[in-house]
Write a protein of this length. Structure first.
Length: 506
């Protein structure tokens, strides 16, 4: 494994803006509502109905919204963030009313689960839009860092008394989650979207089915095992082992994205996680139930690592291929969410059989190991996945050389040859040409950063290449480009190049 210097990671971290990490606010609220902080007075039937409606509403809402975006060839309106925040606040309110105050019935519990599932769908899809449009480098960092911060925030608010916890979870955090999402979306500009046709859809499925399959397999096993009596007493997200697994997964993914210089795909990570997960599966079998907590944490670690990498993969793939990020993410995440629901349902069905028979639990664990092995074998067959979950140093170098970009032509920016290949009769030394270019840009009244962007534009670099060189987001590059065009009175990079050539020829 090759590790890069800390300079790249330092620049990426310095380029972060606090509101771009608002995903952690939404995640923390869902932890509260799914974990959660409900004491011992919860009626089993209402709680199971609440979780079932949440698990059903989430994939249904994601699938419906993604299908609409694929059909309409447009992303969701950014103002949908307000609806997402309202649904989240309403769902958590009904959750506290039903389980903390013990004044609700099964109908309110089902309504709470449905509202929470729909709000999660909107938040996931809208944040995915931001991650895809903000730029590949930033998306790879924002996602795992937000996940790690959500665990810290969840533990902090868990220290509050119940009335304060309710106020923070119902009003404060949903409002902040909505505000940060709206502010982040207001800063980005959606790139031109290439519609899905039969060929592109088949190509996308071919590129992405392996990471989706890996995430679905581990997610199914996690939900299945967590609903067995061996682990059900730890209340899922509420157990410290599960929280530790989630936090460790977020930190691991952040480290991989910041410091690993070789590009990698989810299948490679799954191949490393597989022996670790299967090894932990054997601990309760050979050494007893006291190792059940370790199994819970390891399953959460494995699932959340591949889940976070899947989110990153979808964002990067959407940007590179100019696909609608909501449609693409829905295409990938609906099978994963469905596998979670199926795993939980199967675990609940097997729970009565395993309640008083540890040998039956052992048999289930061995079946899980077999299924994970089969998933690894199936995902490893054929050619390797073409959907990376990171950017390699070699790719950054290729970007810097002015390679192609999926949406380099946005806002009128087309990939053209730089002035070095367009002599136009102008014969001068390289030094004189650079000095003349610098003078040309200064006369346009550009700022220092705009001069850097303009110089790279004139040399034929794409949006992604400029973002990689200057460690800023691609959306920021597009904003600088528009400002440059406005100051020079042009409408595209080609017109800027022509104006530059005319100035040098005078």
């Amino acid at each position: 494994m090759r590790i890069v210097s800390a300079s790249r990671a330092k620049k990426l971290i310095q380029g972060m803006r606090l509101h771009h990490l608002g995903f952690c606010l939404f995640w923390a609220v869902t932890f509260v509502a799914l974990s959660g902080f409900r004491g011992g007075a919860v009626a089993g039937g209402s709680w199971h109905a609440y979780l079932a409606f949440e698990q059903i509403a989430l994939p249904v809402a994601v699938g419906a919204l993604a299908g609409w975006c694929m059909w309409s060839r447009a992303p969701l309106p950014f103002r949908s963030a307000l609806l997402a925040g309202s649904l989240l606040s309403g769902g958590v309110l009904l959750y506290f009313f039903s389980f903390q105050l013990d004044r609700g019935d099964i109908v309110l519990a089902c309504m709470a689960g449905a509202l929470l599932g729909c709000s999660c769908a909107l938040f996931f899809l809208l944040w995915q839009t931001f991650f895809a449009t903000e730029g590949q480098q930033h998306a790879m960092v924002y996602i795992p860092v937000s996940a790690a911060l959500s665990v810290i925030l969840y533990l902090l608010i868990g220290l509050l008394p119940t009335p304060m916890l309710a106020l923070v979870s119902i009003a404060v955090l949903p409002f902040m989650a909505t505000y940060t999402l709206e502010k982040s979306l207001s800063e980005v500009e959606m790139y031109p979207i290439e519609p899905f046709d039969r060929t592109s859809l088949r190509s996308t499925v071919r590129d992405l089915w392996r990471p989706v399959f890996c995430a679905s397999a581990i997610g199914f096993m996690w939900k299945l095992v967590s609903n067995l009596p061996l682990l059900a007493s730890m209340d899922g997200y509420g157990s410290y082992a599960t929280l530790l697994g989630f936090g460790a997964a977020a930190l691991l993914v952040a480290f991989l994205e910041l410091f690993l210089s070789r590009g990698f795909a989810i299948l490679q990570v799954y191949q490393v996680l597989f022996p670790l997960i299967t090894g932990v599966f054997l601990l309760p079998v050979f050494f007893g139930e006291r190792y059940a907590a370790l199994l819970s944490g390891m399953l959460m670690l494995g699932f959340e690592v591949v889940n976070l990498l899947l989110i990153i993969t979808c964002a990067v793939y959407s940007a590179r291929h100019a696909r609608c990020p909501i449609a693409l993410y829905g295409l990938c995440i609906v099978p994963v969410l469905t596998s979670l629901a199926l795993g939980g349902s199967l675990g609940s069905m097997l729970s009565p059989l395993a309640a008083f028979d540890f040998a039956f639990v052992v048999n289930v664990l061995f079946v899980c190991i077999y299924l994970l092995s089969f998933a690894l074998l199936l995902a490893s067959r054929g050619r390797a996945s073409e959907a990376p979950a990171s950017i390699a140093d070699e790719e950054l170098a290729a970007f810097s050389g002015g390679g192609t970009d999926a949406y380099a032509g946005s806002s009128g920016l087309s990939t053209v040859n730089g002035p070095e290949t367009m002599n136009g009769g102008f014969e001068a030394t390289r030094f004189d040409r650079e000095a003349a270019t610098d003078r040309f840009l200064r006369e346009g009244g550009l700022s220092t950063r705009e001069m850097e962007v303009a110089g790279l534009l004139l040399r034929g670099h794409t949006m992604a290449a400029i973002a990689c060189k200057l460690f800023i987001s691609e959306n920021t590059v597009r904003g600088h480009a528009k400002s440059i065009y406005r100051k020079f009175g042009v409408h595209s990079r080609q017109e800027l190049v022509d104006r530059h050539e005319e100035a040098l020829s005078e």
